[in-house]
Design a binder for this molecule. Structure first.
Ligand code: GRF
Length: 201
């Protein structure tokens, strides 16, 4: 039998995406082992969720290093220590540097339909633009900001009553389901990159 995929998860915030992965793993629905959870800040709820699940954690804060290059090298080393097959950036709010990107394959979910509305404010920007549909995108991480090969996208309709908060909550419901599905597919069938496309299974 194929061994479970070794998954490392990076978080910065509330960690509900991480929780979806932990829950799916605990339910036996996800052929992965979450081997560690890392954060760029101490005390975030995502780390507490990992600890509650008995998963090892680490913190690598930018401010603990002389500069971004030193932080990047330290984070790359942390990632390598756990020999992950795949790293999920689950609400990890830092741009990864070249050393870290070279240490593993990184999967991100973004709360908008890329290539529209990249960056840290995808929900706010979609709402401000007045689009009628938005959603979430699962993609591999490259050196750009939300520019890597797209794996899957799911659509969320915007209503006239939506606020940034209400819309983001609905997107996150879809985003959590998509993340579990994409990681399951990658763990089961593998993946390969062909130009702009990431083919899974
Ligand atoms: C997600 O919408 C993610 O795409 C965005 O931040 C949110 C993370 O939520 N970058 P959580 O911390 O997993 O609850």
């Amino acid at each position: 039998m194929r061994r479970p995929l070794r998954l490392l998860v990076l978080v910065s915030g509330s960690g509900s995406l991480l929780q979806a992965l932990l829950d799916a793993q605990a339910a036996g629905a996800l052929p992965v082992e979450v081997v560690a959870v890392g954060a760029d800040r101490a005390g975030c709820a995502g780390l507490e969720r990992a600890e509650a699940a008995g998963v090892p954690t680490f913190v690598e804060a930018v401010c603990a290093h002389a500069d971004r290059t030193a932080w990047d090298a330290a984070l790359a080393e942390r990632v390598r220590e756990h020999t992950p097959d795949l790293v999920v950036t689950a609400g990890f709010m830092k741009i990864l540097g070249p050393a870290t990107l070279g240490s593993a394959t990184f999967l991100n979910t973004h709360p908008a339909l890329l290539p529209s509305f990249p960056g840290a404010h995808g929900v706010r920007d979609a709402l401000a633009h007045g689009v009628r549909v938005t959603g979430s995108t699962a993609h591999l991480v490259d050196a750009g900001v939300d520019t890597g090969p797209i794996i899957e996208q799911r659509v969320v309709e915007i209503t006239d009553e939506d606020t940034q908060e209400s819309l983001h909550e609905r997107i996150k419901v879809v985003e959590r389901e998509m993340l579990v599905d994409v990681v399951t597919a990658m763990a089961t069938g593998g993946w390969r990159v062909e130009g702009r496309r990431c083919l899974v299974g």
